[in-house]
Write a protein that binds this ligand. Sequence first.
Ligand code: HMG
Ligand code: MG
Length: 308
Amino acid sequence: MNPTHVTLVEVGPRDGLQNEAQPVAAADKIELIHRLQAAGCREIEATSFVSPKWVPQMADNAAVMAGIRRRPGVRISVLVPNMKGLEAALAAPREQWPDEVVVFGAASEAFSQKNINCSIEESVERFRPVAAAAHAAGLKVRGAISCALGCPYQGEVPLDDVERVARLMRAIGVDHVGVADTIGVGTPRRVQAALERALKHYPLAEVSGHFHDTYGQALANIHASLALGVHVFDTSIAGLGGCPYAKGATGNVATEDVVFMLQGMGIDTGHELGALVDAGAFISQVLGRPPASRAGKALLTRRAQVPA
Ligand code: HMG
Ligand code: MG
């Protein structure tokens, strides 16, 4: 049976804006996060504390965290690849700390090397003290399993490799794992199989899907995940996103599209679709292009035709 409530983790400010060639001002990122909160987003991945040499787009991480006015009930997460990243995230005053940190590993050895410059095993050893220190600071720890459905360098990724990373994440105390289709090649049955491997090591509430929409499969993959009872998904406003180390991968599934589908299925997410479309229009205007969200575009067109 489908869940009656679904939690969406908004990753546009991080996954989306990390991939933009043009600079986006910290003030615009902060304004986007405020608009997302106003539209009902309660889980927001705001930025990453990664090397600015590797991802210059996220170099303003501290300024973004300092500028966010958090609404009650909103939880902010940030990516941290190592202790240096965690320490930087916690160098700010307590009220600017994230509620959750995300360590990001991969099911593909080749992608692990390209993205974080170490093997899968080394990455898990790096994450171990990060998880312990984050817990000691009272933060939740999420783990991303990139390339769980395919790798831009290696191609096929065996399910056993997905399960291995889930098992390793569990062993070092990571609270939640996200099965990530970095290059958007997954199709529903394969996605279910990958999620089932993660579910061998984590309870249902602690497994999520992170689906890039490069091949147009993301909504179908969310639908297939719901059939397993999975009810937490990463989505990205206006369909922004990609990974600088996975060339050709396009954005995450658009938040507007997912909310439209779930509302149609009678599944609550807590979002207000009109305000979400406005947030998508805002960031698209900053970037100088139309939103990639199909629902967002359709609703903007309808508004233009039928003035309020
Ligand atoms: P490295 O070069 O092996 O690191 O990079 P290092 O420890 O040897 O340090 C090299 C330099 O980086 C030093 O500075 C460090 O201080 C600095 P220098 O002495 O040369 O001036 N450094 C840092 N600076 C700031 N923050 C830090 C940090 N760590 C080291 N945390 C490293 C290893 C992991 C740092 C690097 O590879 C990196 O930053 N990678 C991040 C790549 C990235 O952000 N990718 C995108 C996010 S993942 C993603 O999008 C996938 C996801 O969406 C799921 C999916 O779709 O699959 C999550
Ligand atoms: Mg991603």
